[in-house]
Design a protein around this ligand. Structure first.
Ligand SMILES: [Zn+2]
Length: 542
């Protein structure tokens, strides 16, 4: 056997570096070059020069790894990173920033499963596995060490000189385009995914060593005179619902047939803190505003649920999503996403109906002032069609695959709207359960979605676009309230006044302070300016 050898072509290490560099530039950067051709359409010579500049820059970079034992692993890593990122960038318009890496790290197997489509596998075969197989196949020829150092240096310096000359000649065009379109540089593969992953892991390392600071330990509930039953607030943390598809906010299709009949107060001008669950959820439940929030601050400070607990309110979190992102780290937490109830669950994930029996049990057990969070799966994509039961297939034809590229945009919107219709039903059902117990509890409900979704507008799909680039579709979210008469009275709230105030701009910044307001909690960390109720209550100023 030993004498039989495969035919393995021989190739010089620098030649292999040059080929790989060019491959990365030309085959894993469709989105990047598409943007360049659009943004620099008026100066074709600048476009041509940029192909040269980026190519020599990549060749210089790859050549730096041209050494024995290093070259193959390095090239394989670069190709794999670039090919994987290219799929998400080219297919969904996704920018692979550190937040996107966090989303990927915190995703569930079921969610990941929806992204592994035939199209994805074919892409990985063509753009990663075949080139990697070729690299493994060839025999790389290395020069003796000193000669190699010299030859690598000459190649790198030569490339960088060409890069400097070309980039310098067109620097005005390039810097103007980059200033105007900050998404250009962020779609360059594999630079963006590698830089983002490095930044994510450095940050995650720091966050792992954080010590949580207590918050609002002075909190207490102001007792309500003449109320002989517990006060209950349900917070429904929505998922991927965007305001423009809520008929309560003026959408042309009737996606809110049930809530329309439930006397809810809808805030049509609400913006999210982030464009992804991993940012929005911890931000919503923290005392920080969007302007002040960072992921690390969210983790190192107690949040809304902790302040409520300090006030003596019973707090619980039911999750049918990817977890509370730290918001429920110190309170009772029930994971429903891994349930196996065949009425609602299949393939490792559940529709939001999974909450309802558990909610009944919880409501029946209420003995004191309580807050319960229901963290929905809502309209999580790309498999919108899996989010609702058969009865909610109202808008059709629906996109019935996670491979969005195989559906027309209106089919994607149909499936998405059906998922909103089901969320409408879900919220209305929770309201009805509260109403049915009005002899035993005084109840309020608050619903707020974590972020919106792109459904093909501006060529974008899904969500997670960096906030400064994010379109309104991803940041304009539905927010609504429902309060029963006793709960309203227990807040000394003028509901007509509150309904009037909904014309004002609201955001995730309001959740923390408004829930404290709803539960009649006083504490030094409550900011009445951010409490949507504060201006419409008699007799209380904070
Ligand atoms: Zn989300």
């Amino acid at each position: 056997m030993k004498n039989q050898t495969f035919y393995r072509p021989r190739i010089g290490s620098v030649s292999l570096s040059v080929i790989t560099g060019l491959y990365l530039v030309l085959f894993t950067n469709r989105t990047f070059w598409g943007k360049i051709h659009t943004y620099l359409a008026t100066t074709p010579t600048a476009v041509a020069a940029l192909y040269l500049a980026i190519s020599v820059l990549f060749v210089a970079f790859v050549t730096a790894f041209s050494a024995k034992y290093v070259i193959k692993p390095a090239l394989i890593f670069l190709i794999l990173s670039a090919a994987l990122a290219a799929w998400f960038t080219d297919t969904f318009g996704v920018i692979v920033d550190p937040d996107m890496i966090r989303n990927a790290m915190e995703t569930t197997p079921a969610e990941a499963h929806h992204l592994i489509t035939p199209g994805f596998l074919l892409h990985v075969l063509l753009f990663a596995i075949i080139p990697i197989a070729l690299i493994l196949w060839v025999r790389v020829v290395h020069r003796p060490v000193l000669k190699k150092l010299l030859w690598n240096s000459v190649t790198i310096v030569g490339c960088l000189t060409v890069f400097g000359t070309v980039a310098g000649a067109y620097s005005k065009d390039y810097s103007a385009a980059i200033r105007q379109h900050r998404d250009i540089v962020k779609s360059l593969n594999p630079v963006t995914p590698i830089v983002s992953a490095t930044r994510y892991f450095l940050q995650a390392g720091k966050e792992a060593r954080l010590v949580v600071k207590p918050l609002g330990t002075d909190a207490r509930v102001v007792p309500v005179v003449n109320l002989n039953k517990p006060r209950v607030t349900i917070i429904i943390a929505g998922e991927t619902a965007r305001a423009m598809n809520f008929s309560l906010g003026g959408y042309g299709r009737d996606t809110n047939p049930e809530l329309r009949k439930r006397d809810v107060i809808y805030f049509p001008h609400t913006t999210s803190c982030g464009t992804a669950t991993a940012t929005s959820i911890p931000c919503m439940f923290s005392q920080f505003t969007r302007a002040n929030f960072t992921h690390a601050k969210g983790l190192e400070n107690e949040g809304l649920m902790d302040v409520l607990a300090h006030a003596g309110v019973d707090v619980t979190w039911f999750d049918n999503n990817t977890g509370s992102k730290g918001a429920a780290a110190r309170i009772r937490y029930v994971d429903l996403a891994n349930s196996t109830d065949p009425r609602f669950c299949s393939d490792g994930e559940c529709q939001d109906g999974i909450f309802l029996d558990k909610l009944d049990d919880w409501l029946n057990g209420v003995t004191k002032d309580s807050v319960l969070v229901l963290h929905q799966i809502g309209s999580h994509g790309p498999a919108y069609y899996l989010r609702y039961p058969e009865e909610f297939r109202k808008f059709g034809p629906e996109c019935e695959t996670a491979e969005l590229a195989n559906c027309k945009d209106d089919e994607i919107v149909n499936a998405y709207d059906n998922s909103i219709l089901y969320t409408d039903h879900f919220i209305a059902t929770v309201i009805d359960k509260l109403k049915a117990r009005s002899d035993k509890i005084a109840a309020g409900l608050i619903y707020m979605s974590d972020h919106g979704e792109s459904l093909g507008e501006k060529g974008l799909y899904l969500h997670g676009t960096p906030y400064f680039l994010a379109p309104e579709e991803q940041t304009h979210v539905p927010f609504l309230l429902w309060l029963d008469p006793d709960f309203t009275a227990s807040m000394a709230l003028d509901k007509a006044c509150l309904a009037q105030s909904t014309n004002e701009q609201t955001s995730h910044d309001n959740l923390f302070h408004s829930v404290l307001g709803m539960m009649n909690v006083t504490t030094s960390v409550h900011d009445s300016k951010l409490d949507v109720f504060a201006g419409c209550r008699a007799g209380r100023t904070s």
